[in-house]
Design a protein around this ligand. Structure first.
Ligand SMILES: [Zn+2]
Ligand SMILES: [Zn+2]
Ligand SMILES: [Zn+2]
Length: 260
């Protein structure tokens, strides 16, 4: 299994519009952060986690040529509003694209992109055509098993996912997370790779900051941790040397390979 992080930035992305700070002006590509999403490849399966406002640019940059399924963490715009860009991965001669989401995210998709879920949704060939699969527990795609983990995220709940392949637990992907709950601790215990919300240094009501993410990584005894959903407060080059030895800043284009 291969996981490529297509975006590792907070909801406004980095650089932010009209910001002159050092990180927004940085020429280091690792300080350029699209909104958070990930591309999972396993055998010939190609799966996208979240459809950000940057989806088109992300797909072009990573060279995504087809998708077998899309998996949604939650209904916030920075993870969802690029959904229409999935049109390029839809084909009238094939079944609609499978979209795995919670019932809350499904409702939002039906509100914002109703045409995508209507049978025979358009006389044209190029519209997005999707088939929703509302999950309320683990689901399987080929050799992969996605285990949803319910995560607090301010006034809403979101899902992170533990990814298993052929029964081997590889990683957890939790881009938006306000705190580590007991049930999360249980589910994430000894996870080999943890990709988790680290946002910035200052506390935030709906996201963990860097100290909270480091504490969470310690509590669950994660093997290797990558902090994601980062703001312009975090300089990749300046911050990286200050992190514990098994913790790294995620960056756009980071590829993680997991032997089967
Ligand atoms: Zn987000
Ligand atoms: Zn800035
Ligand atoms: Zn969110």
């Amino acid at each position: 299994m291969r996981v490529t992080l297509l975006g590792t930035g907070t909801s406004q992305g980095v650089p932010m519009i009209a910001c002159d700070c050092e990180v927004c002006q940085s020429s280091d590509p690792k300080d350029h952060r699209f909104r958070c999403s990930a591309w999972v490849q396993s055998d010939d399966l190609s799966i996208l986690i979240d459809t950000t406002p940057d989806l088109r640019s992300q797909a072009l940059r990573a060279g995504i040529r087809h998708l077998d399924a899309v998996v949604c963490t939650h209904a916030h715009n920075d993870h969802l509003i690029g959904f229409d860009d999935l049109r390029r991965f839809c084909d009238r001669n094939r079944p609609p694209l499978s979209v795995y989401c919670s019932s809350e995210t499904h409702e939002r998709l039906l509100t914002v992109f109703p045409y995508a879920f209507q049978e025979d949704n358009s006389p044209y060939n190029s519209y997005v055509r999707a088939q929703a699969h509302v999950f309320d527990g683990p689901f399987e795609l080929g050799a992969l098993r996605f285990v949803p983990v319910l995560v607090p995220h301010g006034r809403t709940l979101t899902h992170g996912f533990i990814l298993e392949e052929n029964g081997i637990r590889h990683l957890a992907y939790i881009p938006d997370c306000a705190a580590l709950t007991e049930s999360m601790t249980e589910a994430l215990r000894d996870i080999p790779v943890l990709i988790i919300d680290g946002l910035r240094d200052k506390p935030h009501p709906t996201h963990m900051n860097v100290p909270a993410a480091l504490a969470a990584a310690c509590t669950v005894r994660a093997g290797t941790t990558y902090l994601t959903h980062l703001t312009h407060d975090i300089s990749h080059a300046q911050r990286s040397p200050l992190l514990p030895e098994n913790v790294f800043l995620a960056y756009d284009g980071l590829v993680l390979d997991f032997p089967t």
